[in-house]
Design a protein around this ligand. Structure first.
Ligand code: IPD
Ligand code: CA
Ligand code: CA
Length: 272
């Protein structure tokens, strides 16, 4: 028996669900955010920068419960509660709060990110930022949007023509970060980091940033955003090689005119 094509799945229902769930979860996040002084913040492992609160856990539980209710046969991978049914054709990949360090410190750069893989390919995504009333969303073949406005990457052809986002994962990649920053500045580029990989990816899709390089991201940080960048005309690196879905990988997304320049600055570690 040949497997059904993605069109035989109810993609529209999943796309609508991703958007409304992201908005609902972001409203929940905002309620926690307004009372953040009462939250207990824990550190994950030895990395003091990697923090989590009850807000992250409750929002993920809420999203997971709703997805299971609507699409019981779909798989799931979340930052806080792990995975189930990763062999399913549809696998949801979610980050309940991307930008937790900002969230707990009263910085408005955080969001809820919900992505869907179909047959191993990022197919749709929704990223809700309640502090700025922005819902970034997109679906393969249907375009990408912020609220109702179509997204398009920058037409720039040189890093000097705009702002590039960057970040580094403390346990891995510091040795690649400083050389990249030196080259970026030497070429007249400018750097930006807001603490949310999902939002910086969405800003590349929106043409606000030329590109975004991080020495390592996890799949829940970027799954929703990868679709947006592709649909907005941008380029993305091969994030899924070497079990990237579960382990994470170096990450580069950019407008097509600047992608080769950024990839050259990063060098071979982009494909490590
Ligand atoms: C983090 C953010 C941050 C990136 C880190 C991520 P979290 O996610 O996306 O921008 O630099 O690597 O871990 O912990 O806030 O969900
Ligand atoms: Ca994250
Ligand atoms: Ca998170």
């Amino acid at each position: 028996m040949t497997s059904a094509q993605p069109s035989s799945l109810d993609i529209d229902a999943r796309y609508a669900c991703a958007r409304s769930l992201a908005l609902e979860a972001a409203r929940m996040g905002l309620d926690f955010y307004r009372q953040r002084d009462a939250l207990t913040v824990e550190h994950k492992g030895d990395d003091l920068q990697d923090v989590v609160s009850i807000a992250d856990k409750q929002i993920e539980a809420f999203i997971r419960e709703r997805l299971t209710e609507h699409f019981p046969d779909d798989g799931f991978l979340g930052e806080e509660s792990g995975s189930a049914d990763l062999g399913a054709r549809c696998v949801w990949v979610i980050d309940p709060i991307d930008g937790t360090a900002c969230f707990v410190n009263g910085l408005h750069n955080w969001c809820v990110s919900i992505g869907l893989l179909i047959d191993g390919e990022p197919h749709l995504g929704a990223i809700a930022d309640p502090n700025h009333d922005e819902l970034f969303h997109g679906c393969l073949g249907k375009g990408a949007f912020v609220n109702d406005v179509p997204l398009k990457v920058s037409a720039a052809t040189h890093v000097g023509q705009g702002v590039t986002a960057t970040g580094t994962f403390h346990p891995r990649g510091k040795e690649h970060f400083i050389p990249f920053m030196e080259k970026l500045l030497a070429e007249g580029g400018m750097f930006f980091r807001n603490g949310s990989g999902a939002l910086m990816t969405a800003y590349v899709a929106a043409g606000r940033l030329l590109g975004y390089y991080e020495t390592e991201l996890k799949s829940w940080d970027c799954m929703a955003g990868l679709v947006l960048v592709k649909e907005a005309g941008g380029r993305v690196n091969d994030f899924f090689r070497n079990d990237g879905l579960l382990r994470g990988n170096p990450y580069l997304v950019a407008c097509p005119g600047v992608y080769p320049q950024l990839a050259a600055m990063i060098g071979p570690s982009l494909d490590d």
